[in-house]
Design a protein around this ligand. Sequence first.
Ligand SMILES: Nc1ncnc2c1ncn2[C@@H]1O[C@H](COP(=O)(O)OP(=O)(O)OP(=O)(O)O)[C@@H](O)[C@H]1O
Ligand SMILES: [Mg+2]
Length: 201
Amino acid sequence: MMANVIAWANTKGGVGKTTSVMLTAGILARRGEKVEVRDMDPSAGATKWKKMAAESGNPLPFPVVSANVENVSDPSETGADWVLIDTPPLESAVIQAGINAADLVIITTQPSSLDVNRALATAETVNGPMAVLVTRVNPNTVAWRDCKELLKEKKLPVLESTIKARESIRKASGTADIPHGSGYEEEVDEITSFFDQAEAE
Ligand SMILES: Nc1ncnc2c1ncn2[C@@H]1O[C@H](COP(=O)(O)OP(=O)(O)OP(=O)(O)O)[C@@H](O)[C@H]1O
Ligand SMILES: [Mg+2]
C-alpha cells in the first residue's frame, strides 16, 4: 500500500507548521498508525524536537528523518503508512518539492492578514488537494473574525477544526506530550476522513 503523504506549508515562518506536523504525528501514532515525519527544514525544528524528547527520556513514538528535494518523494524506509512532511519557511524550491510530494497539503496560517496573504500565495502553488489550517486562534477577536471573512472571500478550502493559542501547545515542543483539547484530534479526524473518501472513490 502507498503511504498517505501530507505536507504542511506556508512560505511565512513561525505559523505553527512544525508544531502541527509533530502533534498530528503523535496523535496518529497513538491511534496505532505507522507514521514517519520528514524534516525538509535546514533549521531542523522537527529533528530538534525528536532529539529533545529522546534526551528527556520520553522519546517520540514515531521516526523523524531528514528529507530534501531529491528524496522527499521516495517510498518510506520505515514502513510508514503516513508520511508527514515539515517544510521550511521562505525557501520556495524546497517548499515546492514538499508540496509536490504530497497527496494533501495543509496550508498552515495564523489569523493575521499578513500570514493569511502568504497562505493565499502558497496555496497558488498547490495543484492537488489542500486545506487551510488556522493555528494560534484567539476566539472572539477581530483578527479571527477578519481571517474567517478573508478565507471565505478567497474561497479556499478551510479545515473545520482550528487550533487555539494555548500555552500547553507551546510547551509540547520538544516533548512526546499531546496537549488535551488542542484541536489537533479534530484536525486528524478531518485528515483521516479525507483519505478514507479518496480511497472510496
Ligand atoms: N497553538 C499554539 N499556541 C501557542 N503557541 C504555539 C502554537 N502553535 C505553535 N506555537 C509556538 O509558536 C512558535 C512557532 O511554531 P512552529 O515552530 O510550529 O512554527 P513553524 O511554522 O514551524 O515555524 P518555522 O517557519 O520557523 O519553521 C513555537 O514557539 C511554538 O511552540
Ligand atoms: Mg518549522
